[in-house]
Design a protein around this ligand. Structure first.
Ligand SMILES: Nc1ncnc2c1ncn2[C@@H]1O[C@H](COP(=O)(O)OP(=O)(O)O)[C@@H](O)[C@H]1O
Ligand SMILES: [Mg+2]
Length: 373
C-alpha cells in the first residue's frame, strides 16, 4: 500500500531519529506484535499487560507509532509507559515498511518469557553521556565491585546519591549502567512506591529490597527519591511519608549488613531529602550543567541523529545556550528547531529555526520560573 500522506516524514523512535525515505518505503498493511516487557527488571509493574479492548489498543498504538519503520524481530517501545514497555514485531507486511494511519496493528498476548525480557536493554551507553566524570568514575568502581564483590570486603560501595539539576543525565547514567552490568538492576521511580493504603508503601519497599537481596549482587535505583523521602519539615504535609521514610531506613540498613546490593538514589533537590535517609548515602555525586565544550558535544551528538540536514553555527549556539541542561538542548532547542523546520516545509535546519526554539524555550522557562521541578 502506497500512501501520499506527506505528513509522515520523520518520527522519533527509541530516542533515535530515523531518516525515512518515503520514496522507497511502502506503508505497512499489517503489523503483529507481542509484548516482551520492560527493558529493566521493573519490580513494581507486572511484566504482563492485559489488553481489554483490542480496537482501542490499535488506535492508541497507531497514533504513537505512525511513521515508524517496522522490521520483523525488531522492537517497538510504548513510550507512554515508564520505563518504556517493549513489543517485538512478529510480522510486518511488508517487512521494512512504515506504519501509517491505515496500518492494522494486532497484538498477541501470550505469556512472556521472563528470562528473555531481562535481556532486552536500552541502547544507551556510558560513552553517550557527556561530562559527569565523577559519576562515570563511580560507575566504574561499582561495575568492578559487582564483578568480584568478595575482593572488596569492607571497602564495598553501598549507597550513592546522584543529585543535580533536572535534565543533567542522572537517569540516563543509570540506564547506561544497566547496559554495562551482568547483574540485575531494580529501577524504581519513587512515586510508584507510594501506595493507596497505609502499609502499602512499606510492603512495596520491603518487597523491592527482598528481591534485590535474593538476587544479589544487584543494584537498586530509586529515581526521584525526594518524592518518598521528604525532609522532616515537609512530612507534616504528607502523613504517609514518615512511614515510607522509616521503612526505607530499615531496609537500607538491613540490606547493607552483608549483601552485595548497592542502592543508588537520584534527586534534583537533595536538601528536600529526609536527613536520616540522606546520611545513609556514603557519597553524593553532583551532576552539573554542561560547560561550553560539553554543550558542543551534546549538540553534535544529537545532530548526528537528525532526520533533516542542517546548516548551523555551532559556536554561536554554544554561546546562546549557556545554562541549559542536556535535556533542554535536546528537547527544547534541537527538537523544537527540527519541528519548526518541518512545519515550515524546510529541508534543512537553520539558525532561524534555532532562534525560534530559543525564543519559545525562554517563554517556557519564564513561565515555570520558581516552580518545583
Ligand atoms: N550529560 C549528558 N550527556 C548527554 N545527554 C544528556 C546529558 N544530560 C542529559 N542529556 C539528555 O537529556 C535527557 C534527559 O536526561 P535525564 O538523564 O533524564 O536527566 P535527569 O535524570 O538528570 O533529570 C537524556 O536522555 C539525554 O538525551
Ligand atoms: Mg531523572
Amino acid at each position: 500500500m502506497k500512501s501520499d500522506n506527506k505528513k509522515i516524514e520523520t518520527k522519533t523512535t527509541n530516542q533515535k531519529q530515523i531518516k525515512i525515505d518515503n520514496e522507497d518505503k511502502e506503508y505497512a498493511e499489517l503489523v503483529i506484535i507481542k509484548p516482551v516487557g520492560y527493558p529493566f527488571d521493573f519490580q513494581m509493574m507486572d511484566d504482563e499487560i492485559e489488553i481489554t479492548n483490542p480496537k482501542l489498543f490499535e488506535e492508541y498504538a497507531r497514533e504513537q507509532w505512525q511513521g515508524l519503520v517496522v522490521r520483523e524481530k525488531s522492537h517497538l517501545f510504548d513510550q507512554k509507559i515508564i520505563p518504556d514497555f517493549g513489543f517485538e514485531i512478529v510480522t510486518a507486511k511488508p517487512d521494512n515498511s512504515i506504519i501509517s494511519e491505515m496500518t492494522k496493528i494486532k497484538i498477541i498476548t501470550d505469556k512472556i518469557d521472563k528470562k528473555v525480557d531481562n535481556k532486552i536493554k536500552s541502547d544507551i551507553r556510558l560513552s553517550d553521556i557527556v561530562g559527569q566524570e565523577n559519576a562515570k568514575n563511580k560507575v566504574k568502581v561499582i561495575t568492578r565491585y559487582l564483578e568480584n564483590p568478595e575482593s572488596f570486603g569492607p571497602w564495598a560501595p553501598k549507597n550513592i546519591l546522584f543529585y543535580g539539576l533536572p535534565g543533567t543525565g542522572k537517569t540516563m547514567l543509570v540506564k547506561a549502567l544497566a547496559n554495562e552490568l551482568e547483574v540485575p538492576l531494580y529501577l524504581i521511580k519513587a512515586t510508584s512506591l507510594i501506595g493507596e493504603h497505609v502499609g502499602d508503601s512499606s510492603s512495596k519497599i520491603h518487597e523491592l529490597f527482598k528481591k534485590a537481596s535474593d538476587n544479589a549482587p544487584s543494584i537498586i535505583f530509586i529515581d526521584e527519591i525526594d518524592a518518598i523521602a521528604l525532609h522532616r519539615s515537609f512530612q507534616s504535609l504528607r502523613g504517609d511519608v514518615s512511614e515510607i521514610v522509616n521503612s526505607l531506613l530499615t531496609e537500607m540498613d538491613g540490606i547493607n549488613e552483608n549483601k552485595s546490593v548497592i542502592t543508588i538514589g537520584a534527586t534534583n533537590n537533595p536538601t528536600s531529602l529526609d536527613y536520616a535517609v540522606r546520611s545513609r548515602f556514603e557519597e553524593e555525586i553532583e551532576f552539573k550543567l554542561p560547560d561550553d565544550n560539553e554543550r558542543l558535544a551534546i549538540l553534535e551528538n544529537n545532530l548526528k541523529t537528525m532526520p533533516l540536514e542542517y546548516n548551523l553555527n555551532l559556536p554561536k549556539m554554544v554561546k546562546l545556550t549557556k545554562g541549559l541542561s542536556g535535556r533542554d538542548l535536546k528537547e527544547k532547542i534541537l527538537k523544537t528547531a527540527l519541528h519548526n523546520a518541518i512545519s515550515n516545509d524546510c529541508d534543512i535546519i537553520t539558525m532561524e529555526n534555532i532562534d525560534y526554539a530559543l525564543k519559545s524555550s525562554k517563554i517556557k522557562n519564564s513561565d515555570i520560573k520558581g516552580m518545583f521541578e
